[in-house]
Write a protein that binds this ligand. Sequence first.
Ligand code: HEM
Length: 449
Amino acid sequence: MMGSMPLPPGPSEPAAIQMSEWIVRPTALLRRCHARYGEPFTLRIGWSDAPMVLVSDPADIKRIFAAGPDVLQGGASSSVLEPFAGPRSILLLDGAEHLRQRRLMLPPFHGEALARWRDTVARLARAELDGWQPGTPVRAHTRMQTLTLEVILRVVFGTGDPELRAAIRRTLDMTTSMPRLVAMSLVQRPVGPWAAFMRAVKRLDAVLYERIDARVDDGSVLAVLTAARHEDGSPPSREELRDQLVTLLAAGHETTAGALGWALERLARHPDVLARVRAGDDEYLEAVIKEVLRARPVLSIVGRKTRAPFAVGGWDIPAGIHVVPCIYLTHRRADLWGDPTAFRPERFLDGAPEPYAFIPFGGGRRRCLGAAFATLEMREVLRAVAERFMLRPDRAEGERMRRRSITLTPARGGYVVPEALASSPRDADVLPSQPPDRELPDLQSRAAG
Ligand code: HEM
């Protein structure tokens, strides 16, 4: 373990080959490496600036999440996002600066502050479902992208303003193609796709600063952050606000869209599960959401980078290496989860999983800031679907996990066919008083990234 071979074993293919598999067949790569090399193993992917040592053992994961920023750095792993999210983004900062931003941003995403978004989410979900026709296949992931963007716009900015939506859509779309992201991060010169991306960011910034400067007191996250103060009493600057807003959009929209896309893909293949959600069992609905996040985690790894030597699985990892808990592999360990490939929400009713066996939102001082909000959003959307439709798959076999930028989403987009409920008293009650919300754009035909 010393000298000529300082890192755990892993595939010896060139970085470009490992990267192409990481993009095209990510879960097969992870499963193969885990089977062949055991735990931990090392991937060398051209795109990341250093080798990645992957772990799925809860004991190691616990130590990784507990390590301080002087040992394991969180922010460095997202540096490809810097030109978009900005240098003050909570995703990119580390140590005291990270904590300062995190303290500022936590309050609107917790407890009571969150609960008041429930009706907004439920209303937007129902408006989306107004556009679904019984018997007509729906590309669930695409529809959920539209819906989650709308939700985050209302929550973060308090508005579904079309100009803001268009500027955000344009910029986010440019970050959802992995090959393009890689090309952009490698080149970063004022030519080609990079230049186009920077132009889109500039246009988005103009709209964002307009909203920031308007200082509308509408209870939105922006309004709360504008009024908030750092611990030393200083207000956040315009630039800080801009970076955190973009971060919330980037971190909160594709992730939740992917998770909901998977939820619908799974529920269409498990009508008994959907029926139980429809019956109004809230505890079971929570278990369904957890099982979706376990079996189909949209983010496959949690990024950390060593600043000092760090021991994992009997290896002494030197400084400058990514040491990453692998969400996908952790959630599939047969020693932690009985029948791990089965979709079985009941497993979460039988008692809490072992600590650090269930890590869809990462952990420690960088745990997902929007975890509670994402869960609320999933709950309201799935409840609205269950109330309105039965779902069936367009094909019997489940969809494979495909990489779309950094998220793993249904390979074909999560096609489901909504069917009218045999008798739907709720529809009869609810629909006449809920006219279709024309503000929701129809992006059904938008090309997949
Ligand atoms: C199902 C949906 C989501 C999943 C699976 C997810 C997952 C994650 C993961 C794995 C991390 C990294 C945690 C770590 O490094 O330990 C993260 C960070 C983060 N997420 Fe989420 N997320 C989701 C939704 C959201 C939403 C809706 C928001 C905002 C409204 C959000 C905001 C953030 C932010 C700001 C961070 C950075 C936290 C920090 O570095 O301190 N996420 N998320």
